[in-house]
Design a protein around this ligand. Structure first.
Ligand SMILES: [Zn+2]
Length: 633
């Protein structure tokens, strides 16, 4: 628990003097010394999640909680807590509803999602024009791309980006006609140039495959001051995977918004508010698009962050002509910031890609080399042992930085990251095993890892894992291709990791339109969005799942002294839920949502119906879920 400063105890003692009759007479206490709680939630089932061990125990429970100065001041029975209420204390009668700590989402992309929503809501913006291309096969895709380029780009202004989204299979499984179209370079940059001319930047995307035209390349060089070293050889003739997703996420914010930081700031603010409404009080992410960082920093300095953000710095690796030199000079910034926004780590970004370009021992790389596709290995395994990226991890770790693997999809890229950690230990006497363990390094996604034999190594290095249920859907066609029975247990193996003593934190990338908890429940059911059960034996119970999303999330962020559970002195981040997560029928769990979100003692979201019940005004963005509109999940 967080240590209290001495003035806190003085105030406590004085308060006791006021409140406990007969102990000391109160006439000596100046009234401005008395600070009452600003908020009390009572008549509630408060589940503290204060047991951090690997088990299904959710810890102490209470009826009431008092918050003062952003922190938890009292926990107890209604009677024990309400007696501290002062004249201005807001009292919230929860009518027996369940209260849990605010949810921690260790990997999501709030700013990217907010920007996508903004673009969809502003089809006439000159920031970017989005074209969604249909087509059953590659020939039809080509025809439709050409028609759109010839007929619909007329009023696009010079310098304005156009994104063409080609058909991509549902649920992020990757592959398909649009992907093949780009990977096989059915349309080269030179051919696109002929139609678009040389002043309208165009990006074609079927993630993780991309291609751009010459105007786009020139624009990138303008924005970032020169050619990036990582750009593939002969880029005008081939499609590529490296950096495509970065460009898609970056060029709008770093281009159009370069001189509109305040406008960008409000777009991010709206996205953060929406997530507060969904129940997230803390999240972690990389920042692609450096203008996003500038916009966040303005919110941070204006003290307007609706939720907490531990960000990973990512752009030192991406497009950096001397990444290793950059990190050699950067030094250790871990946790720099304040409780609303802080430097979480250097992020590797994408150590491999999403399917089908994942770096895994499932794929026979020697056979690939025999097919003359050895270069694919380095495109898929971006941090393989003999790459510059790998050496950069070693250098950054050796220089004392915390380096985490944000996006890691396959088991072989997990090996590469751990190879680099161990090489840093061999290289620098300061980087001992104890030091590495103290950094509590992490890898996200659990797409196709850990393999069972990786668990002792992960445990030995003192690491944590982030896992998101999207992997159950994304990995499906690929484990079906390489052997479902053999490989299903590699997808998000939550139970096996916990049994090996490795803590797992919850991540939810998919946006909050279906509610936060719908991104969690597949950890219980193991059912993916295609309706297939993947490795049923890796299921966890609902209590354990909530620990992943609260207590262990705080450990992943190394903020367990302040966040993750409802304990005296910790930051007051909590949710009042619409239903009892702990007793609701399992089939209803994904329709759990908050009625009230409190972050740092401030009400960040009060749902209108609950506001009405409390005779208060609604607060924050009034989020409505798809299931409320009669739509399914
Ligand atoms: Zn991600």
């Amino acid at each position: 628990m967080r240590k209290m400063n001495s003035s806190f105890w003085v105030i406590q003692a004085l308060l006791m003097a006021v409140l406990v009759p007969g102990v000391v007479r109160a006439q000596a206490v100046p009234s401005d010394l008395i600070v009452y709680p600003n908020l009390i939630v009572y008549n509630a089932k408060i589940v503290s999640m204060d047991d951090y061990d690997i088990n299904a125990n959710v810890g102490s429970t209470y009826r009431a909680i008092a918050i003062r100065d952003k922190r938890i001041f009292k926990l107890g029975t209604d009677q024990e807590v309400l007696r501290y209420a002062g004249p201005d204390t807001v009292r919230i009668d929860a009518h027996g509803r369940t209260v849990i700590p605010g949810v921690i989402n260790v990997h999501t992309h709030i700013h990217d999602n907010a920007m996508n929503k903004w673009v969809d809501a502003n089809p006439n913006t000159t920031a970017v024009k989005v074209f969604r291309v249909q087509g059953e096969d590659r020939a039809e895709i080509r025809k439709n791309v050409e028609v759109l380029m010839r007929e619909r780009m007329g009023n696009i202004k010079p310098g304005q980006w156009s994104f063409f989204y080609l058909p991509n299979p549902a649920f992020g499984t990757g592959g398909g006609e649009g992907y093949d179209f780009l990977r096989e370079a059915d349309m080269t940059a030179a051919e696109i140039d002929e139609i678009t001319g040389l002043d309208k930047p165009v990006l074609l995307a079927a993630h993780p495959a991309y291609i751009i035209n010459t105007a786009a390349m020139n624009q990138l060089e303008n924005i970032y001051g020169g050619k990036t070293e990582d750009y593939p050889e002969g880029w005008t003739e081939v499609g590529f995977a490296d950096l495509g997703v970065e460009y898609r996420r970056e060029v709008v914010v770093d281009g159009y918004f370069a001189d509109k930081t305040d406008e960008l700031k409000e777009i991010l603010y709206a996205g953060l508010q929406e997530n507060a409404a969904a129940g997230i009080t803390t999240y972690s992410s990389h920042i692609m698009g450096i203008q996003n960082l500038d916009a966040y920093m303005r919110l941070f300095r204006e003290e307007r962050m609706p939720i907490r953000f531990g960000f990973t710095h990512y752009t030192g690796f991406t497009m950096n002509r001397d990444a290793e030199g950059f990190y050699r000079r950067m030094g250790d910034l871990f946790q720099l910031g304040n409780e609303y926004m802080w430097f979480q780590a250097i992020g590797l970004g994408m150590i491999d890609h999403g399917p089908p370009l994942f770096c895994s021992t499932m794929i026979d790389m020697e056979a690939l080399a025999a097919e003359g596709k050895k270069e694919d290995y380095y495109e898929w395994c971006r941090y393989a042992k003999d790459t510059k990226n790998y050496q950069t991890i070693v250098t950054a770790l050796s220089n004392g930085s915390r380096v985490v693997a944000g996006h890691n999809y396959g088991d072989l890229s997990a090996d590469h990251y751990m190879d680099a950690i161990e090489e840093a230990m061999e290289k620098s006497p300061e980087i001992t095993l104890e030091h590495i363990r103290s950094l509590r390094l992490s890898m996200d996604h659990g797409g196709l890892y850990p393999r069972p034999d990786q668990l002792p190594r992960i445990k030995n290095l003192g690491m944590m894992l982030g896992m998101g249920s999207a992997a159950l859907s994304r990995s499906l066609p690929w484990i079906q291709k390489y052997g479902f029975e053999k490989y299903q247990g590699w997808v998000m193996p939550t139970k096996r990791a916990l049994d090996a003593g490795i803590k797992v934190a919850w991540e939810g990338e998919g946006g909050v339109d279906n509610g936060l908890f719908s991104l969690m429940t597949p950890f219980i059911t193991r059912e993916n969005r295609q309706g297939v059960i993947v490795a049923a034996d890796q299921a966890v119970d609902r209590n354990t799942l909530l620990k992943m999303a609260t207590a262990w999330g705080s450990e992943y962020l190394m903020k367990e002294d302040d966040l993750g559970s409802l304990e005296l002195g910790k930051s007051a981040d909590l949710l009042v839920l619409n239903q009892d997560w702990f007793t609701a029928p399992q089939e209803d769990l994904d329709q759990t949502y908050p009625l009230l979100t409190v972050m740092g003692g401030e009400i960040r979201y009060l749902r209108d119906e609950f506001a009405q019940e409390l005779n208060m005004e609604p607060v924050g963005y009034q989020l409505r879920y798809n299931f409320e509109r009669g739509g399914g999940n």
